[in-house]
Design a binder for this molecule. Structure first.
Ligand code: GDD
Ligand code: MN
Length: 369
C-alpha cells in the first residue's frame, strides 16, 4: 500500500512523459513519500507507452494502464481511481502545467483532514502563464458556470487536485469531457475542501486536445450535476443553493424594511434625507442579521465565530461598508443626477447587497476550516 497515487492521464505525451515521471519521482524521494505513479493512457499512437514501459524496469512504483475503448480524459482519471493502490489520489497533467513541487503540500492538506485539495489558478497567488486569449475566455466561461454550482470554489475546473479515496469510491460519477473535478465536486462525498494557489504554465511541447466538443460536453456536465443536486437534496451543492436563496430572501425583506422606513421618515415625518436614510439602513441591517443568523446560516454559525455578538459585530462592520455604498449612491444620484430618491435608494441597496453577501459568506458565516 502506498501513501498516495499520482494519477496522470496521457494521450500522445511522448515529449513530456519522461520528464513528468522523473520530477514526480524526485519529489517523492526528497519528501520521503512512498508514492505510486499511475499513468492512464488512451492507447497513444506515439511512443508514450513504450517510454513508460522502459521506465517501469527501474521503477517498481510506476504503473501503467492502457485503455482501448471509450477514450477520454475524465474516463481515464476515473479508471485511475479504480486502479490506484492507496487511499489518497492526486490527479495531474503530463504536460508539466502542474508543478510537482506542490505534491507534498497537497498531501499534507489531505492528511490534515481535508477531503479534497484543489490546485487553484483563480485565487490570490495563482495564475496562468502563456495562454492565448481564446483559451482564457473559454476557461473564464467554464469557471463561471462551475461557480454557479460551487460558489465556494475559485477554480472548480482545475485539472490538478488531490482527493481521498472515500470521496469518489461510491460516487455515481459519469465521467466525460475534460472537467473531472466538477464531477467529483458534484457527486463525491466530501465536507471539507481546500484550495492552494499555483501558477498554470501552458505546455511547451505537444498540443492541447481541448476542442469544440469539449465545450458542449462541459455544458452537459454542468446540467447533469445541477440535476443530480436537485435530486439529492442532502448534497453540498444543494445546501449551498439553499443558502444563496435564503440570503437573497432575507435581503429582499431588508429592502422592504429599508425602503419602508425611508419613505415613512422622509415622506411623513419629514426627516432630512441623510438622516432618514441612515436610520432606514441601520434597521434593515438589524433585521437582516437576525434572519441570516437564525435561518440562512443556522448550520454554519458556530464555526468561524462562536458567539452571536461576534457575528453581529462582524455583520455590522461589513454592513457599514454596505451602508456607505448605499448612502453614497443614494445621495449622489439624488443630488447630482437628479434621480428620484426612492429609485436612487433601490440602486444603492442593490450594490450594497452584492457586497454584503460576498464578504459575509467569507467572514461572518465562513465555513469551518
Ligand atoms: N488518457 C487520456 N485520454 N488523457 C488525455 C486525453 C484523453 O483523451 N486528452 C488529454 N489527456 C491528457 C493529456 O495527455 C494531459 O496529460 C492532460 O490530459 C491534460 O490535457 P491537455 O490537452 O494538455 O489539457 P489542457 O492543458 O488543455 O487543459 C488542462 O487545464 C484545464 C483547465 O483549464 C487540463 O488540466 C484540464 O483537466 C483542465 O480542466
Ligand atoms: Mn495542457
Amino acid at each position: 500500500m502506498y501513501d498516495l497515487t499520482v494519477i496522470i492521464p496521457t494521450f500522445k505525451e511522448e515529449s513530456n512523459i519522461g520528464t513528468i515521471i522523473e520530477s514526480v519521482d524526485a519529489v517523492f524521494s526528497r519528501n520521503s513519500i512512498t508514492g505510486e505513479i499511475l499513468i492512464v493512457d488512451d492507447n497513444s499512437p506515439d511512443r508514450t507507452i513504450e517510454q513508460v514501459r522502459e521506465l517501469q524496469k527501474t521503477k517498481p512504483h510506476l504503473s501503467l494502464v492502457v485503455r482501448t475503448d471509450d477514450p477520454g480524459l475524465s474516463q481515464s482519471v476515473v479508471e485511475g481511481f479504480r486502479r490506484a493502490r492507496s487511499d489518497i489520489f492526486l490527479v495531474m497533467d503530463a504536460d508539466l502545467s502542474h508543478p510537482p513541487a506542490l505534491l507534498p503540500v497537497m498531501l499534507a492538506e489531505i492528511r490534515a483532514g481535508n477531503d479534497l485539495v484543489i490546485g487553484s489558478r483563480y485565487m490570490e497567488g495563482g495564475g496562468i502563464k502563456k495562454w492565448p486569449l481564446k483559451r482564457r475566455i473559454i476557461s473564464m466561461g467554464a469557471t463561471f458556470l462551475g461557480r454557479l454550482l460551487f460558489p465556494e470554489i475559485h477554480d472548480p475546473v482545475s485539472g490538478f487536485f488531490a482527493v481521498k479515496r472515500s470521496v469518489v469510491e461510491h460516487a455515481p460519477l459519469r465521467p466525460r469531457g475534460y472537467k473531472i473535478l466538477l464531477e467529483v465536486l458534484g457527486k463525491g462525498t466530501w465536507q471539507k475542501a481546500k484550495e492552494i494557489p499555483f501558477e498554470f504554465v501552458d505546455r511547451a511541447t505537444g498540443s492541447s486536445k481541448l476542442g469544440g466538443r469539449t465545450i458542449i460536453e462541459y455544458a452537459e456536465q454542468v446540467i447533469d450535476n445541477a440535476r443530480f443536486s436537485w435530486n439529492h437534496h442532502e448534497c453540498i451543492v444543494w445546501q449551498e443553493w439553499v443558502k444563496l436563496f435564503r440570503f437573497g430572501a432575507v435581503g429582499l425583506s431588508g429592502i422592504i424594511v429599508n425602503e419602508g422606513v425611508l419613505i415613512y421618515l422622509k415622506g411623513y415625518v419629514q426627516f432630512s434625507l441623510p438622516v432618514a436614510s441612515i436610520i432606514a439602513i441601520e434597521l434593515s441591517i438589524m433585521s437582516n442579521f437576525i434572519l441570516n443568523d437564525t435561518w440562512t446560516f443556522k448550520t454554519e454559525q458556530q464555526h468561524a465565530m462562536p458567539h452571536w455578538w461576534q457575528r453581529l459585530l462582524s455583520f455590522q462592520v461589513v454592513s457599514i461598508g454596505g451602508a456607505a455604498i448605499n448612502f453614497i449612491i443614494l445621495n449622489a444620484l439624488a443630488a447630482f443626477a437628479g434621480i428620484d430618491y426612492r429609485i436612487a435608494n433601490l440602486l444603492g441597496i442593490l450594490v450594497a447587497f452584492a457586497w454584503n453577501f460576498w464578504v459575509n459568506r467569507r467572514v461572518t458565516w465562513k465555513k469551518s476550516e
